[in-house]
Ligand binder design. Structure first.
Ligand code: HGY
Ligand code: MN
Ligand code: MN
Length: 423
């Protein structure tokens, strides 16, 4: 009977989807073992762990019949060919580098979830009228080198190749040398730019916030990505004896930094939607009985609109200069990164919402406070993001977690989205 065959077919399809989801979760766990740190997950750009991750994912891509390559910026590329060599291309992907002591789903879910969506279509013997290119970017977090989004900016053709290649990590290693050793090519970063007709870039990513969980939803469609800037503030005062130098008149670099951080927090709180984070601070010589002659800290500043972020920055900059003058310390302020706020493409957003509805997932639209490769890809083509609920909204934390059911739903939605695209 036809009805029996339909039920059987649905049962088979559901079983296949379960298998694909189980394999996805196992691969995410296996990938989490690729770490530069014995205690916890840290996988930095061009590190041995990055190399292991590239080799592992390349194998899984090849198993799915994708043609695999490494671009000059060390981005791993898996191409599922279209019907013709010059077929237009739908771009999927995210990053495989991590912060220090990271969770295992930030970035990686977008890469391996994208691969699982391709495998879902293959299992259903679907032939798309376009090609799908899947990217595993190696430097979205920007933890090892000052700037960030190296791979996605190279692909979008917006990377300042010279400046980026000359960047140094905390050990003094030059990015260009590390890239060459890894198998990339710093002299051809400009050649990494995407060539062909890009239909759009879609990034699957954990939400990294609590909105979906509070709404009781597995999936959400991103309306736009907040803009971000990163700064490094270096202060030079005068080291001295903690016991003999009177409090008045000290040129205490660490005391100046402390006052600056309090001012940064006060200013950020006064602007709705602005976030300002001092994530790293150093003091020299760092001895209990020595007034710090030098101090340095980083600032991560974000807002939904670039004008708001720039207004907050001009207030912060004035406060930094005032504190430096009061403490008679020299302040050097360097902006090490800036990425404009990026609205998502309305057409792709609607297509993602329809695909989610098709697989039975209600969605909401929400902003992304976190930065993503999609904000760099917006310079190349229209882009959109599909968010997956993560427990407690936790991320950049080993406790980061995703329900297999939610991951499976996201993969099914991404596969339905790909099937829905008409040329
Ligand atoms: O910092 C960010 O927003 C991203 O996780 N790199
Ligand atoms: Mn991250
Ligand atoms: Mn991320």
């Amino acid at each position: 009977m036809v009805a029996d065959r339909i039920v059987e077919g649905k049962r088979l399809a559901d079983a296949t989807r379960m298998q694909i989801t189980d394999r996805l979760m196992r691969r995410l766990d296996r990938l989490a073992a690729c770490s530069d740190d014995a205690d916890g997950l840290t996988r930095l750009y061009l590190s041995p762990a990055h190399r292991d991750a590239v080799d592992l994912i390349a194998g899984w891509m090849r198993e799915a019949g994708l043609s695999v390559s490494l671009d000059p910026a060390a981005t791993l590329v898996g191409l599922w060919p279209g019907p013709a060599p010059d077929s237009p291309v739908l771009l999927l992907g995210s990053h495989i580098d991590t912060v220090r002591d990271a969770g295992r789903y930030d970035g990686t879910l977008g890469v391996l979830g994208g691969l699982a969506a391709i495998e879902t279509l293959q299992a259903d013997a679907v032939a798309l009228p376009f090609a799908v290119a899947l990217y595993a970017f190696g430097d979205e977090e920007g933890v090892r080198f000052p700037a960030t989004l190296t791979g996605s900016r190279a692909l979008a053709g917006t990377l300042d190749a010279g400046a980026q290649a000359a960047a140094r990590d905390q050990d003094g290693t030059v990015l260009a040398d590390a890239l060459r050793r890894f198998g990339g090519d710093p002299d051809r970063l400009a050649a990494a730019r995407f060539r062909g007709r890009a239909l759009g870039f879609v990034e699957l990513h954990i939400e990294q916030g609590p909105v979906l969980e509070r709404a009781g939803l597995a999936l959400g469609v991103v309306a736009g990505i907040n803009g971000a800037a990163r700064y490094r503030i270096a202060l030079t005062g005068e080291a001295g004896h903690a016991g003999t130098v009177p409090m008045r008149g000290r040129r205490d670099a660490l005391a100046a930094a402390a006052e600056m951080m309090v001012a940064i927090r006060r200013i950020a709180l006064s602007h709705d939607g602005v976030t300002a984070t001092v994530g790293r601070i150093e003091a020299h010589p760092g001895a209990v009985n020595v007034i710090a002659g030098r101090a340095g800290f980083t600032l991560d500043l974000r807002a939904p609109e670039d004008g708001l972020r720039r207004r907050a920055w001009s207030e912060i900059e004035a406060a930094l200069l005032q504190a430096a003058a009061e403490h008679r310390v020299e302040a050097v302020v360097e902006r090490t990164h800036e990425a404009a706020a990026a609205p998502c493409d309305p057409g792709l957003m609607t297509a993602l919402e329809l695909a989610c509805a098709q697989v039975g997932a209600a969605t909401i639209r929400l902003p992304s406070g976190a930065g993503h490769d999609a904000m760099a890809m917006a310079a190349l083509c229209k882009m959109a993001m599909l968010f997956v609920r993560c427990a407690g909204g936790l991320s950049h934390n080993p406790a980061e977690s995703v329900e297999p059911g939610d991951a499976g739903l996201a993969v099914a939605a991404l596969a339905a989205f790909l099937r829905s695209i008409e040329l």
